[in-house]
Design a protein around this ligand. Structure first.
Ligand code: GMT
Length: 372
């Protein structure tokens, strides 16, 4: 099968899911063509059957704003025609789904290109609700040949906000549990913490929805009871506020801002708790990657998080912004080694049993097959 994948190439769950899916499909002898404005982050090494097509954005003095949606549409048409694509799989509806629809319409093949749209989060819960975008998203969903969402929560939100009669198949995000597994990195651990200190970790793009300041507040509360260090991985708009807060709490010597990192397995392997106090999260891929490395998660009880983090088994969820409760959960795990081990084992087990990439891949393949 020839599959075109459209995604955001930057750090972010939807781009990671799209890229990992492409790797898996290519490994199963499908030909995969990525279409995006730059090389997706995890497409960093050569793999047979994977191709990348860059969307060039035309510049002209008249165009004060770039015409990405149109440029993408043009590129999809080009790739679909030249490579004879069977399935166009777009990740994150805006603007990918409407570009996919336009391309399909312009190509006007009766039994040609099939459009699959995967919904990831704010394309439905936030940006997609903008009055200017809502009808466009609705139209593009209704003209997709199949729609998938990464959690049951997101599927329900889509039915609710877009009042669509179209079936949405829930295909959860996945993790390569062979790659994301806890390994022993004693020297790395020593670089960050003393033997009697715990390591807490947070990974995100530091957007306001991630509530990075809450991560720091939880950590500051935990420090009242436990010796610990906090690793902050990622970068984004809230980083300076996070830095300011760390200074305000006078905990600069306990918090390390590591910026964007690619070696997540090593960093997760030396961590004891993953913090995810987000305000909105349709799934929480970073939490799943942590769980796969045996790191229990303490998160907010929001969106699709409870479909991934099982309260009292693989971690804990607390009400949004309930800093004290989250800190209490962290402390309860860190003060009881046996309990931490049970949670760590459960986290790994759930990742392997429910979310392993090889368990989820057939769901996408079956969906593609059903359309052809
Ligand atoms: O929805 C977004 O704001 C961006 C999107 C992304 O590209 O990272 O994140 C969403 O997709 C991820 C992958 O499916 C999910 O793990 C995240 O929970 C989800 N983010 C939100 O819902 C805020």
């Amino acid at each position: 099968m020839k599959i075109g994948i459209v995604c955001y190439p930057t750090y972010g769950g939807s781009g990671i899911v799209a890229t990992e899916l492409g790797h898996l499909l290519a490994g199963n002898n499908h030909q995969v063509h990525f279409i995006s404005y730059s090389l997706p982050t995890r497409l960093d090494s050569f793999q047979e059957n994977i191709f990348y097509h860059a969307v060039e954005i035309p510049h002209y003095p008249l165009f004060e704003f770039n015409l990405y949606t149109l440029a993408l549409t043009g590129k999809i048409i080009d790739v679909a025609k030249y490579e004879k694509i069977d399935i166009l799989h777009v990740h994150y509806a805006i603007p990918h789904a409407i570009s996919g629809f336009l391309a399909k319409d312009i190509l006007n093949q009766s039994d040609g290109l099939k459009l699959v749209t995967t919904l990831h989060g704010t394309d439905i819960t936030l940006v997609g609700l903008e009055p200017a975008f809502q009808p466009i998203v609705k139209y593009s969903l209704e003209h997709s040949d199949a729609i998938t969402s990464v959690s049951e929560y997101l599927a329900q939100k889509t039915y609710q906000h877009f009042n669509t009669g179209k079936k949405i198949e829930v295909i959860p995000n996945f993790v390569d549990t062979n790659l994301f597994k806890r390994l022993h990195y004693p020297f790395l651990r020593k670089q960050f913490a003393d033997d009697d200190e715990a390591i807490l970790i947070h990974i995100s793009n530091f957007r306001p929805v991630k509530r990075v300041p809450d991560t720091i507040k939880v950590f500051a509360e935990v420090l009242k009871y436990i010796k610990a260090k906090l690793l902050l991985i990622g970068d984004g708009p809230d980083r300076s506020e996070a830095e300011r807060l760390v200074k305000e709490f006078n905990i600069s010597n306990k918090v390390r801002f590591l910026g964007l990192q690619t070696s997540l397995v090593e960093l997760l392997s030396i961590s004891d708790i993953f913090l995810l106090p987000s305000q909105s999260e349709s799934f929480g891929l970073s939490a799943l990657e942590a769980m796969s490395c045996g790191v229990p998660v303490v998160a907010s009880n929001i969106g699709g998080i409870p479909e991934v983090v099982f309260h009292g088994e693989t971690g804990y969820v607390a009400e949004l912004g309930d800093i004290e409760r989250m800190a209490k959960y962290v402390v309860s795990l860190l003060q009881n080694k046996k309990k931490w081990q049970v949670f760590s084992d459960n986290a790994r087990q759930i990742a392997v049993e429910k979310f392993d990439s090889l368990k989820i891949l057939p769901k996408y393949q079956n969906l593609y097959d059903s359309l052809l």
